[in-house]
Design a protein around this ligand. Sequence first.
Ligand code: HEM
Ligand SMILES: *[C@@H]1O[C@H](CO)[C@@H](O)[C@H](O)[C@H]1NC(C)=O
Ligand SMILES: *[C@@H]1O[C@H](CO)[C@@H](O)[C@H](O)[C@H]1NC(C)=O
Ligand SMILES: *[C@@H]1O[C@H](CO)[C@@H](O)[C@H](O)[C@H]1NC(C)=O
Ligand SMILES: *[C@@H]1O[C@H](CO)[C@@H](O)[C@H](O)[C@H]1NC(C)=O
Length: 512
Amino acid sequence: MNFFFCYLAIFLIFLLFITKHILSHHKNQPPTPPSLPIIGHLHLLKIPLHQTLANLSLRYGPILLLRFGFRPFLVVSSPSAAEECFTKNDIIFANRPSFFAFNHLSYNKTTVATAPYGPHWRNLRRITTLEIFSTTRILTSSDIRSEEIRSLTRMLFRDSNNYQSFRKIELHSRFSELTFNVTMMMIAGKRYFGEKVVDLEEGREFYSVIKEGFSLVVAFNLGDFFPFMRWFDYQGLKKRVVRVQKRRDAFFQGLVDERRRRRRRVGSSCVGEKIERKETVIDVLLSLQESKQEYYTDEIIKGVIEAMLAAGSDAPAMTMEWAMSLLLNHPDVLDKAKAEIDIQVGHGRLIDDSDLGKLPYLHCVINETLRLHPSAPLLLPHESSEECTVGGFDVPRGTVLVVNIWAIHRDPELWVEPTSFKPERFKCMEDEKEGFKFMPFGHGRRACPGANLAMRVVGLALGTLIQCFEWERVAEEKVETNEEIGLTMPKAKPLEGMYRPRQTMIDVLSQV
Ligand code: HEM
Ligand SMILES: *[C@@H]1O[C@H](CO)[C@@H](O)[C@H](O)[C@H]1NC(C)=O
Ligand SMILES: *[C@@H]1O[C@H](CO)[C@@H](O)[C@H](O)[C@H]1NC(C)=O
Ligand SMILES: *[C@@H]1O[C@H](CO)[C@@H](O)[C@H](O)[C@H]1NC(C)=O
Ligand SMILES: *[C@@H]1O[C@H](CO)[C@@H](O)[C@H](O)[C@H]1NC(C)=O
């Protein structure tokens, strides 16, 4: 009997040794904090996530391996490590991980933002670059941006107490409607609220369904980390995702069908040029569909709509809101930006797209806003398709890559007074290569294709508001710049400000 226990003990020790050996198969693993069985490091996670990860990186180093349930995560928070991921290993990390909501809300990962690296993604990326993000397309869509911004300006002027006294305004929802309207005009040639009451209702529902989709993408789903939980849905999350996706899909299909009917009508009456100029993103994709029906299915078109709404609407609005908050807290910066616009554009007309190139200080303000408050502080998750090394450490295949640009943007080794708002710092950096120390739009193959477009929307909106109105804080205290929970960085409190039209702009404003 004693022998039996002895053998058992030896066997167990042997087993332990073997499993340990198998687990540490990657000899040179990146540093990793102590973990718990099964859940790994899940217990360390607190929100805001980018701050928690930044704190962990301070303790364990800029290349950090975490395990959430059964999935390995590589957390990177130094420019040199990020550079290795997005240059030497760029193709390896060009995949996107699978998460239930992420997959389901993006047509089974077939959209440009979620598709795995491969011919399909490359083609979508090529098409969208050509038809949406190219210099020519950005020029043709400038009418849309300026018209929407004029409409906001008109609204503000109408609601103001002329230039007598300041008036309070809630800016959060204005910005988010503005960018939503711009995106919808580009996609479908209509705003989300139409003129009719019916459309208005539909518009509001559409808007809320879209927003709910975003909140579900970042919701925590146990099944994503524990394979054995995939069969259960005790959080009720899957049911919600499926329901929301159904409604979103119906809206997107409605938009596609509407443009298709319109094209048929217009096509038969053959009007020509004038229509072509007003071609929307859906129109462009529908004409591709006509020539290559089996590839450009309605699903692909809806996927492009989804990606543009998801990626292109919230981030610019958030950036505008952060920028205005920072400007209200720093009136000296606001004055400088205003002075630049007054010199370059004057008071005789509204600022337009072609002025943006002459306003470097305004760009510095936007860059500095994106440094402190990048809309995607952890970028979007990437996933490795092969084993590779980062900083000399072995990274197994199937590891989710998280690049903490929030931490890099605030690293005191890289930035002087990292938490201060100092747009001037970008002026001296113009010739210096910012490279991997500043990357609000990511880097490499999967970087944001909408960066150029975004800078224009944000620049024009901010520029117009600065040119036309005087701005003040609602109260003596500074505007709060706390971040809310979640993966993106909305403000904890929606921004409010005080404004009145500038006297010198009254003539222009009354004609907008
Ligand atoms: C201030 C505004 C914006 C910011 C800060 C921003 C930032 C980002 C970031 C960080 C990524 C992920 C990069 C990565 O995973 O490495 C991304 C991806 C993307 N963005 Fe933007 N973005 C903005 C505006 C826009 C706009 C206006 C559009 C389009 C209308 C857009 C379309 C996309 C798309 C399609 C992707 C996915 C690319 C891919 O996976 O291949 N973004 N963006
Ligand atoms: C990170 O560390 C700072 C300073 O020690 C602390 O104030 C903050 O609460 C921490 N944040 C999180 C999310 O753990
Ligand atoms: C995704 O694919 C699964 C099967 O592969 C299918 O049942 C499901 O309907 C698809 N979902 C969407 C939104 O296309
Ligand atoms: C967005 O469009 C709707 C419908 O035309 C309009 O009522 C709303 O004021 C617009 N929002 C902004 C901020 O321009
Ligand atoms: C803002 O940052 C971008 C990099 O994302 C850089 O190319 C550009 O020159 C910067 N603008 C200014 C005015 O510094």
